[in-house]
Design a protein around this ligand. Sequence first.
Ligand code: MOS
Length: 720
Amino acid sequence: MSATPFTDRARVDALDKVRGRTAYAADIPLPRLLHAMTVPATIARGRMTEIGVEAALRVPGVVRVLTPADMPPPPAPAQGTEPPPPMLVAEIAHRGQPVALVLAETLEAAIEGAEAVRADYAAAPFTVSFDDPGAVRTDGEAPTFGDADAALAGAAVRLEAVYVTAANHHNPMELLSTIASWSAGRLTIHEGTQNASRIKHDVARLLRVEPADVDVLSPHVGGGFGQRGEVPRHTAVVALAARLTGRPVKLVLPRHQVFHNSRFRPHVRHSLRLGAEASGRMVSAHYDSLQQNSRAGRYPAAWYHAGPSKAYGIANYRGTCGDIRLDTPGPGQMRAPFEHPAAFAFESAVDELAIALGRDPVALRMANDTAIDPSNGRWLTSRSLNACLAQGAERFGWSGRRAEPGSMTLPDGTRVGWGVAAGIYQAAMHPAVARLRVGADGTTRYASAGHEMGQGMSTAIAQALIRGLRIDPDRLHISLGDTSTAPQHATAGSWGTASSVPVAAAAAERMTAALAELLDGRQVAGNMHQQLARIRRPYLEVEVAMAAPGQGPQHIERMRAGGSAIAGLHGTYPGFTALSYIAHFVEIHVAPRIPLIRVPRVISVAECGRVVSPRTARSQVQGGVVWAIGAALREASEVDPRYGGWLNADIAEYHVPVNADIGRIDVGFIDEPDADANPAGVKGVGEIAMVGVAAALANAVHHATGRRLRALPIRLEQLL
Ligand code: MOS
């Protein structure tokens, strides 16, 4: 299927979305629905000693209040599986943790009831700031190979610098929400998630029911990006509430509670030492990644090294990493979770190195091309970074850049900065199962693993099916994120397309072969629907399972049982490393009197294998660039040193970019299949889109002003 490029196609879900017909989880209308509201803890750490619900129960419309006393005992730990999240507990690990759930006939009554719940606490001392005396470092292990110290000592040019990235929060338009309802012992959960099977299995364990009796439906998600890869604490509590009351229950978490109860990008300090030969060849890197974590958080500080240890074939690399354990929620996945902050540090350092060497920053990067992944010695399937850099430089007009900082100005005194940076990201793949049915009635039904989070998964699958089948494209129904039609592994880590498109292409091939076998050499006119009608077959159905390179049937069985069977983590497969590549070119303008930074244009060129859906791929890259502009110039989650928790926990005070902040974003693709990665030759683009943009912006700020700013976000006040 990868022989020729795909043509542009509108999103299959576009019309429904613009007409407001798409139903997200909280839009599902159910009779006798109860509304729920959580009661957040008001201390940063300690124990809830007493909870008073009488006043809440007197609020007209309030039906019931659940407290930690109503929760079932936690399940016994099971070998090899992550524990499900705790439900309502009296032990408070961070401010804003829910301690009660109020159920009422209306949302207004639920809110009023939640405000009437009285809780007493025994507060304990807490630490929420990275630099508090009580904040101690615990060390982890990070990739190390060659002899970085010796190579640095022998290097012609050395660079040492510390970079800092701020904590950031997800703010998708769709709030975290859950609707749960029971019918004849079966539980149905509507929730926008990236991991419907995980919800199914975790809720079943917590509530002691069979996983087979739990269905999770997540056909549309209003933004995933890692926030919805894990099971929120409230999900099982809402399901329990529905069981106890015998009515469907809906909870939509208010925005400020989302801040306190979801994963976020932690604050990180990146310390870097780079050494290069006079030729520009980088020969040594020492990178220490020190991140904020919770007391028991598992988010791995070692993973910041995935990019820097592979990007340029540096033969001598010493990785160190650590956690500062704080009394905040645990950090977690957020679009290019490790790669975006690490690339800000590393690609800023490469820019500084280029200046120290007197080299053009594009040429320096191109001089550090590599055919192998130095972290494991394996060959890189399609190391196309130089092609991305060359195409980007050409489209941007990079040859017209004057190297001297501050040398490019507009007639009104506006300073112009041109910056470049690159990114890599794993090309991972998850086994998947797909079922395809072509009907004589003109319909085609397809169900597989995968979640449509707005990134265009269903459009990419449609591209593969429409290319591979002779069917009516307007009557193609694609079911995703539904545990009742196919096992649903997590859609994350940019493995969505590589996990869902090859299996769709294989299903189309299997269907074509099955129909040919059925026709047995007879010449029957028409498309597949018409052929089936003419031979009086109501439908034909095939099921296909596909594992990743190096995997076998046991991996498919593991995913059917609700487990994860990811391959290609950090790009590593048996025998090779597969990565996506990107180069970003950014122009910034710094206004003459008040040094406000504007970003009039960005050109990003990506290599992600065969581009299956040009429109949604382009849109993914534009979205990633917008988010990176936010991270580079606006966004920072501030902790409250007095009371714990997050201080600016709403989008009035947590600043994300608006339309007026965004200029032109042009996107290019190399668009060649990577046949080694998977049979369809596709790799991910969702996260790499963001990797390197923040460094390109900071490098452009240096080019415009001569100021090297090593901490994000870069705001007006840093340039005064
Ligand atoms: Mo992602 S940050 O793995 O959804």
